[in-house]
Design a protein around this ligand. Structure first.
Ligand SMILES: O=C(CO)[C@H](O)[C@H](O)COP(=O)(O)O
Length: 210
């Protein structure tokens, strides 16, 4: 299971410093939507320049204009770019074609994707399927409940308010990628928090507890 560090709501200097302080315990680095919106695709370029050996995920959340947005992401050094599952099929198809052209990957964000839409998305088997609890729901309900649906045959990821306490459940679900933002970036000691996440993922600590 890969740990994807989500970087949001900070400036680029802070984002790079944060990634540097936890890099030993994480696998993929997500340039969060908020960074891309605030600093443009240069944020992706900058992150790749600083961490050439890490997989860089551009959380673009593409909804339309796939060719243009995917060119921007992959030419800026992204290895993975996100597209919303609620986007039209032509958008998702174009994202996949672009990912293929750049030898990258697409992550489909399943935020507000119904079971019916999910069935239709199953044809995009080469994509990573990401179940996602939104920041707004987290802030409204105070906790995250990630419903992992069946994504047989594809890589599976989960995001949204994942904490050390909820990690063992996620680990047991056998995900491929676990996306963690605030639980690391807002921790008193991010390096120690990331280390504990890594230890749990590796099964050295409390995977059986809930
Ligand atoms: O996509 C996102 C926000 O839209 C974040 O990447 C995701 O929510 C992970 O961050 P956190 O663990 O803080 O919820």
């Amino acid at each position: 299971m890969k740990i994807q560090l989500a970087l949001d709501r900070m400036n680029m200097e802070e984002a790079i410093e944060m990634a540097r302080s936890v890099e030993a315990s994480i696998d993929w680095i997500e340039v969060g939507t908020s960074l891309i919106k605030e600093f443009g695709v240069n944020s992706i370029k900058e992150m790749k320049n600083h961490f050439p050996d890490k997989k860089i995920v551009a959380d673009m959340k593409t909804m339309d204009n796939a060719v243009y947005e995917m060119d921007l992401c992959f030419q800026s050094g992204a290895d993975v770019a996100t597209v919303m599952g609620a986007a039209s099929d032509v958008t998702i198809q174009k994202c996949l074609e672009k990912a293929c052209e750049y030898k990258g990957q697409i992550m489909i964000d399943l935020l507000n994707v119904s079971d019916t839409r999910l069935e239709q998305l199953r044809i995009y088997r080469q994509a990573i399927f990401c179940e996602h609890v939104s920041k707004d729901s987290q802030e409204n309900s105070g906790h995250a409940m990630i419903n992992m649906r069946n994504h047989a045959g594809s890589m599976r990821a989960a995001a949204g308010g994942i904490a050390l306490s909820s990690l063992p459940v996620m680990v047991r679900k056998g995900l491929d990628v676990i996306i963690i933002g605030s639980a690391i970036t807002k921790a008193k000691d991010p390096a120690e928090a990331a280390r504990l996440f890594k230890e749990t993922v590796n099964g050295k600590k409390g995977v059986k507890e809930v």
